[in-house]
Design a protein around this ligand. Structure first.
Ligand SMILES: [Ca+2]
Ligand SMILES: [Ca+2]
Ligand SMILES: [Ca+2]
Length: 262
């Protein structure tokens, strides 16, 4: 009997140790939204004319759709509650019913202090990293109007997204955008979500399109930016903290698992 209890205790301790080892990585998720059980009313655009709505996303679930079109309706929407991001990963799925660009505003400490990372499509076939300090992402302005594309003088880097031209504009394809920022290091990935075996993995298995060093801004808010992106949608918006996303190979958590842990 004593022996059985001892084995049971050992098993419990092993399970507890495994749980404790597992927790630090999981606890680093500081924001996740899959738009399955929200009306999106806490996503409040800086541009009063921009209207978000819950609608279908090409992964077969609900996403958040930008319903209004036009450069004058461009701008940032702060991710609810993510006000002091320094190091970690910012990731989202994006789809296009238009030819313009999605983006992420990162480490924003004032309207003109922070980074803009652009995921371009047909009109701007590029990934761009620029500074809000240069007037990039100004509310109500498209990228060409702020001269924050095709302009080495106002951007930190612009690289071809490598997706080719003539991309579909019928919201039929989900694309994955990931930014990994650690200190001065900023890395950006942009590719069809279907090309990634596990979008939750710490290592996506492909090299980043952008890998630069810049220390202009250390921390601040995170937001989803768009330029004239009428009828385009986002889903599975995820922000993690300083520790690596998840130990590679140890865990293949579903989005549902991630969501249930914060
Ligand atoms: Ca969803
Ligand atoms: Ca544009
Ligand atoms: Ca447009």
């Amino acid at each position: 009997m004593f022996r059985v209890q001892k084995i049971t205790l050992m098993c419990a301790l092993v399970a507890l140790a495994a749980l404790l080892a597992f927790q630090p990585a999981i606890a680093q998720t500081i924001f996740f939204e899959d738009f399955e059980s929200t009306d999106g009313s806490d996503w409040i655009a800086d541009n009063a004319g921009q209207k978000w709505a819950i609608d279908a996303f090409p992964n077969g679930t609900q996403g958040l759709r930008n319903t209004e079109e036009g450069c004058g309706l461009s701008g940032n929407t702060p991710i609810p509650g993510v006000t002091n991001f320094s190091d970690g990963v910012i990731q989202l799925e994006m789809s296009w019913g238009d030819d313009d660009s999605w983006g992420i505003v990162m480490r924003q400490s004032a309207p003109d202090k922070g980074y803009l990372i652009v995921f371009g499509y047909n009109e701007t076939p590029a990934v761009i990293v620029a500074l809000l300090d240069e007037g990039c992402a100004e509310t109500g302005m498209c990228l060409d109007q702020t001269s924050c594309e095709n302009n080495d003088a106002k951007t930190l880097i612009q690289v071809d997204h490598g997706l080719g031209g003539g991309l579909t504009q019928d919201n039929s394809v989900s694309y994955l955008g990931r930014i990994e920022a650690r200190g001065d290091s900023i890395k950006v990935w942009f590719l069809p979500t279907a090309d990634v075996s596990n979008p939750n993995a710490a290592d996506l298995g492909v090299a980043p399109l952008v890998d630069i060093q810049d220390g202009t801004h250390a921390s601040g808010a995170v937001g989803v930016w768009q330029e004239s992106q009428g009828n385009c949608a986002i889903d599975n918006v995820w922000v993690s903290g300083p520790v690596a996303v998840q130990p590679q190979g140890k865990l293949a958590a579903s989005w549902a698992t991630i969501k249930s842990t914060y």
